[in-house]
Design a protein around this ligand. Sequence first.
Ligand SMILES: Cc1cc2nc3c(=O)[nH]c(=O)nc-3n(C[C@H](O)[C@H](O)[C@H](O)COP(=O)(O)OP(=O)(O)OC[C@H]3O[C@@H](n4cnc5c(N)ncnc54)[C@H](O)[C@@H]3O)c2cc1C
Length: 439
Amino acid sequence: MAEPTREIETDVLVVGGGTAGFAAALAAARSGLRVRLIEAGPKIGGVMASCPGMPWGGGYPLGHCIGGIFAELTGRLSAMAPPAAEVRPCALENFGPEVQYDHEAATLVMFDMLDQAGVILHLNTFSGLPEMAGKRICAVSAQDRLGPLRFLPRMVVDCSGDGDLSARAGVPYTLGDDRGNMMAVSLTFHMVGADTQAVFAEGDPYFRRFAARGIAEGRLHPDLHKLYLIRGFHPGTVFCNTVTIRGVDGTDPAAVARARQEGRRRCHQVAHFLVADVPGFQNAQMWGLGPRVGVRETRKLQALYRITGEDIAEGTRFADGIVACDNPIDDVMRVSAEMTHEAAVDQGAYYTIPYRALVPETIENLLFAGRLICTDPVAFASVRGMPQYMAMGQATGVAAAMALEGALRVQDVNGETLAGVLQQQGMAGIAGRTLGAAG
Ligand SMILES: Cc1cc2nc3c(=O)[nH]c(=O)nc-3n(C[C@H](O)[C@H](O)[C@H](O)COP(=O)(O)OP(=O)(O)OC[C@H]3O[C@@H](n4cnc5c(N)ncnc54)[C@H](O)[C@@H]3O)c2cc1C
């Protein structure tokens, strides 16, 4: 017998509980809206949950915090006893400081923040088809273990990373670098029980000379020529953001499943190699292999504005800029085995990310945030830090409230007014303000 469909009315439906969806739901709920957040997995965090221990990079352009929900979350973790987060320099060229944190504490605090704001969470719930009424999404189907759900939202924010819902609603998109080449996916793990002083005496964050030997001897896969190892948050731990699998279409579940198993093989290979060959790992063990591969890049939705590499190189500060950024061009193996981190802007400059890059051209009650943002391939390689994605989520949550309050299409929300509201909420370096300047 068919299970009855449960119908749920809500002001805002956020699809996807990654860093973008977390902040979108939180900001919308704090604006007084009824918010439902559906997440396919058992945990919020998205890539954070897939790759536990991944630092938040990009939160400190020119050394100044971007502010907003990112600053609040970092502040809450840092204020714990003992502190559950700290700002550290990044070992890679052209990256500013990053935040290392206790993954479990961060997850707990994020759930608490959503709870305190009144967001209703649907975990292990997969969104399906949108139903359209003219240029509006009037319903979104979903499924949980009790059967079908039908959400009746006034506003939808797609933070799913892959944008299945928006694509099905007819939003045009590009894939990866516009020719379908997507950044590599990764599986991460920790080594625990390491002598980190001995490990990081090496100085090279990529441990290239060891990697070269492992590859030459056939003990490491050739793509492992850079063993990116990061000092973990807790003493004696090393976070291994090392294993990348190229040529995977993150929207294809079969390809993702194959990548996961291949990634698992390579993670074990690296762990054995570290113990056998790299000083400081002799008594260490692998721990906390990620439950899913982290997907960096799939669809980019078409929006009112497409951010270009030129925009960022010129340090453009848009009137509707919602967050500051100076991340390098962090291109992870789209077409070759190389990872590049070229500076995106001149020394001392930063750019802002415009609201219009999160607004579809025609659908009147849909916004998107996170890695769905409309950019060209160069700009995407720079905007893609979790702090920026949290800020995009925050901006769309506030914009959703402005649209509903003013009975506006999302396209008619005034981006400059929005930037002003975000600035009032503590976002730095936008709305005519300069990062680091007094007042
Ligand atoms: C390996 C790797 C290393 C990285 N390193 C760093 C770093 O060091 N520092 C940094 O700041 N950033 C880093 N990034 C970038 C950053 O982590 C991600 O790009 C960012 O987390 C993406 O956030 P998001 O919210 O847009 O999407 P995601 O984190 O991908 O979250 C999307 C969520 O939507 C859910 N979802 C998808 N489809 C549906 C559906 N139909 N229904 C319901 N839920 C759905 C997914 O389960 C997921 O939880 C890295 C990314 C990767 C993959």
